[in-house]
Design a binder for this molecule. Structure first.
Ligand code: FAD
Length: 454
């Protein structure tokens, strides 16, 4: 009970126990709950809200756990305004239920107090290797482990979590929260082999030889897209994902903080205006940069990032300059600025026009945040896996998520391109079912003395 008392005034940025119950009590329990349809993994939102309203936190958590292995993460970083909360009927009165904050409260409480018992399923035959421990890999590992399969997760990084650990900054997603979710998955019996890059010394063929029945590739989009501008290789030009990763590594004390490429008093320009760009901008401010300016080609109201993120960035002093087309990074030995064409906006529904007018924005650091793409390490070292013209892995619908090579499955950003945590989870949940079907069929055929073929 003492532990529970701590949650009564829990976390200023989230809900207190009282606030969570009051918010849950506002739910109308619609006959056709649009919030549930708005959630990509179709979480039983009205059901867990109903339990929360009664104060049954264990029951609420068990309902969430049925669909999600990462509720404390989703409660914080899902684009709720575009999904469950955006679909809530009460939005019509401007008072939609704060579903994300309720989910976060329940998940955090469960994480701290272990309200839901860990049920380790009786083992069924079948060993599965999962490559990548981002939301896709963790979801596959959690779901298959709950079905009773033996699962081993491989990741090149020092800690599990993928972008959750090395991309999304601490102020939006505390790393203790990620560690807690990973621990819950490990407690199901999942083995983690970290600091292990697949596709170099250890290949997929070697994993099959080691006795794995199926392999899931959830390696995300590890490479930054190249921006072919004059001056792009000048010192001071940095990739956003590299910068965010260095900040995360410095926080883990894996590198010295001086190795973080943004320092106090830097004048920083960010090219791109998606969520990664905003995370880089808000992180640069926290590295005590003097000025941070996000520039992009779109109209201000067409910025790719979530409106709430843009507002938070603006409130922290970050400047947004729209309708600029990057032309050249200038500087002799270091970058000193970014030259852009000014884009003319002839009005709504008409195409933007790049003009000959030039403007220069001074900067001693320029962060490139124009998107990511998959690395080809695994594909290059494995026969039979096909990719499309952009390097994304091709998969089949039956069994769901299987690549063109039998027994090798894939999902998440490496298949769909840069998306969201919950999109990767949705894909991974379906792939986990596909893997289970494949492995069960394989084991049955082995019993009959038969072999799986493509
Ligand atoms: P990842 O999370 O990229 O994980 C891939 C894992 O595979 C990594 O751990 C990597 O180390 C490992 N790996 C790669 N290659 C190998 C190899 N050869 N051998 C072993 N391991 C390997 N989405 C949201 O919903 N909300 C947000 O607020 C949000 N913010 C974001 C902020 C940033 C900066 C970025 C970059 C993305 C953000 N996203 C957000 C998107 C979201 O994080 C991704 O869609 C999601 O993480 C994809 O999950 P994944 O499991 O497919 O890949």
């Amino acid at each position: 009970m003492k532990e529970l008392e701590r949650f009564i005034d829990y976390d200023p940025a989230g809900f207190t126990l009282r606030e969570a119950v009051i918010e849950a009590k506002r739910c109308l329990h619609c006959v056709k709950p649009l919030c549930r349809t708005g959630c990509p993994i179709e979480n039983e939102i009205p059901d867990f809200i109903a339990e929360m309203a009664k104060g049954n936190l264990g029951a609420a958590s068990a309902i969430i756990a049925h669909h999600s292995n990462l509720p404390a993460v989703c409660g914080r970083v899902c684009p709720h305004e575009k999904q469950c909360e955006g679909s809530c009927i009460l939005n019509k009165r401007g008072k939609g239920i704060k579903i994300g904050k309720i989910e976060r409260f329940i998940a955090d409480m469960d994480g701290e107090l272990s309200l839901t018992p860990i049920v380790i399923k009786k083992k069924v035959p079948g060993r599965i290797a999962v490559i990548g421990s981002g939301p896709a890999g963790l979801t596959v590992a959690g779901d298959l482990s709950k079905m009773g399969f033996s699962v081993t997760v491989f990741d090149a990084q020092h800690e599990a979590g993928g972008v959750l650990m090395y991309g999304i900054p601490e102020f939006r997603l505390p790393k203790q929260v990620v560690r807690r979710e990973v621990k819950k998955i490990a407690n199901l019996g999942v083995e983690f082999r970290l600091n292990t890059m697949i596709g170099t010394k250890l290949t997929l063929d070697m994993l099959f030889e080691e006795g794995f029945d199926a392999i899931f590739i959830g390696t995300g989009n590890a490479l930054s897209k190249f921006l072919p501008l004059p001056g792009i290789r000048l010192p001071g030009v940095i990739q956003a994902t590299y910068f965010l990763q260095m900040v995360a590594l410095a926080k883990q004390k894996s590198i010295a903080s001086r190795e973080v490429p943004i320092h106090a008093n830097d004048n920083v320009v960010i090219i791109g205006a998606g969520n990664t760009a905003i995370d880089a901008a808000r992180t640069a401010i926290r590295c005590k940069a003097k000025t941070v300016t996000v520039i992009n080609r779109a109209r201000t109201n067409e910025i790719a990032a979530l409106e709430s993120e843009v507002k938070s960035a603006q409130s922290e002093g970050i400047k947004f300059l729209s309708l600029l087309n990057p032309l050249e990074l200038i500087g002799k030995y270091f970058v000193t600025g970014l030259r852009c064409n000014i884009i003319h906006d002839p009005g709504k529904d008409k195409n933007l026009i790049i003009t000959e007018k030039i403007t220069t924005i001074p900067a001693n650091k320029v962060i490139i945040a124009i998107g990511q793409r998959p690395a080809s390490r695994i594909i290059g070292s494995t026969r039979g896996i096909e990719v499309d013209e952009n390097g994304y892995v091709k998969t089949r619908d039956i069994p769901y998520g299987m690549t063109m090579r039998s027994g090798v499955f894939s999902g998440g950003d490496v298949v769909n391109g840069p998306a969201t945590v919950v999109r990767a989870m949705k894909d991974a949940k379906m792939a986990a079912r596909g893997i289970a079907q494949y492995v069960e069929a394989k084991k049955l055929m082995e019993k009959c003395g038969l072999k799986m073929t493509d």
